[in-house]
Design a protein around this ligand. Structure first.
Ligand SMILES: *[C@@H]1O[C@H](CO)[C@@H](O)[C@H](O)[C@H]1NC(C)=O
Ligand SMILES: *[C@@H]1O[C@H](CO)[C@@H](O)[C@H](O)[C@H]1NC(C)=O
Length: 352
């Protein structure tokens, strides 16, 4: 029901090729950040996926994980690049796919075929666990997800909705096609979360997706459950670090995209985020309001940081480059000093 912005990213095919040919495979057991979590959540994760072992296949020079991919696509009004990944799975991974799937669809046989990509655009329903995705059942499956920073999601949609409102007001004779992108980014039919203290149903949306618990009821225990689930994942993509994290498709899924296919080029999402960052200092959102948005979404911000650390741990385990420290400031408006003193400087230009 919600449509992803068609995000296009530069995929450095040269690097893909080289990495795909690397000998040896990393162990998937490197879960260094897991140490920070509670014993309780370890237990939950273990019980959902008890005895799970990644299964590898060797096909000529390519080694890859066996099984279908179940990619958890965070459902809701935000753009999280879930459909962009489907497109990539087809074009670069030559996989078959099924979109718009919900947990109730998992009985379909075709979803369980080796090298099939399922976009699971749904929240974890009550009573379901990762075992429904084959985790710990002895079935070979690959668990994946993609995340965008909660504040970037919030900001991008809020601006798009503001612009869209303006467009509708000022266009007496129909909306120009060029403006429809704003409508798609806004999803005007779903509630628009506002800056300030008023809670919103889409707050902490990543955690909602991973636990099925609605925003108003989320607690730290849910955060721990979500983290424990995530520790069983094989691939985690981070939108703000796509150029790095997409490399996991070569080491874990065996993708070897055709270097001549320029179809996946362009850094549209980066351009979008830069626009948001430049607009921020105009003051449409006050510092106090922004602080409140961060507080409302603090569990999700913590979850995102955890996802990112897991994703970087995978890169390290596979011998892939990890984004340098200064590229990890995905939302510089958090930092007032950046906002006031480094505006327009290279700091902002380096947002990944
Ligand atoms: C995709 O589906 C077609 C038709 O069912 C099949 O021939 C092909 O082998 C499938 N590709 C993969 C990678 O599974
Ligand atoms: C990607 O496409 C844009 C135009 O959309 C072009 O300006 C740019 O040079 C291309 N980049 C690469 C790496 O092909």
């Amino acid at each position: 029901m919600f449509h992803d912005l068609c995000i296009i990213v530069v995929v450095v095919f040269g690097v893909f090729q080289v990495k795909a040919l690397r000998p040896g495979q990393p162990s998937l057991s490197e879960r260094t950040v897991g140490k920070r979590t509670t014993v309780q959540s370890e237990a939950v994760g273990a019980s959902e996926c008890e005895g799970r072992k990644p299964q590898w296949v060797q096909e000529g020079a390519i080694k890859r994980l066996r099984g279908p991919v179940f990619n958890i696509h965070v459902a809701g009004p935000y753009h999280t690049a879930g459909r962009f990944l489907v497109d990539l799975a087809v074009k670069a991974g030559k996989m078959n796919y099924t979109m718009y799937q919900r947990w109730g669809d998992l009985g379909k046989a075709e979803l369980w075929k080796d090298q099939h990509w399922t976009d699971l655009e749904d929240w974890f329903p009550k009573g379901h666990t990762l075992r429904d995705l084959g985790c710990g059942t002895g079935r070979a499956t690959i668990l994946g997800t993609v995340a965008r920073h909660p504040l970037n999601m919030f900001l991008h949609r809020w601006y798009a909705c503001k612009d869209w409102e303006q467009i509708v007001k000022s266009s007496e004779r129909g909306v120009p096609d060029a403006a429809k992108k704003k409508r798609d980014e806004c999803h005007p039919l779903a509630a628009v979360c506002q800056p300030g203290e008023e809670p919103c149903e889409w707050d902490n949306i990543l955690l909602q997706a991973f636990t099925g618990v609605p925003a108003a009821s989320l607690t730290r225990a849910d955060l721990e459950l979500a983290k424990s689930r995530l520790r069983n994942f094989d691939i985690i993509f981070i939108v703000e670090h796509f150029s790095h994290t997409l490399q996991l498709t070569t080491t874990r899924l065996g993708w070897r995209p055709d270097p001549s296919s320029g179809s996946l080029n362009a850094t549209l999402h980066k351009a979008d985020e830069s626009e948001d960052q430049e607009r921020f200092p105009r003051g449409e959102i006050t510092r106090e309001q922004w602080q409140a948005v961060m507080e409302r979404n603090s569990l999700d911000i913590e979850f995102y940081d955890y996802m990112r650390e897991l994703a970087f741990g995978m890169l390290r385990a596979d011998g892939l480059p990890v984004p340098p420290e200064d590229e990890r400031i995905v939302v510089p408006q958090w930092r007032n000093s950046v906002l006031t003193s480094r505006r327009g400087s290279s700091q902002e230009a380096r947002i990944v």
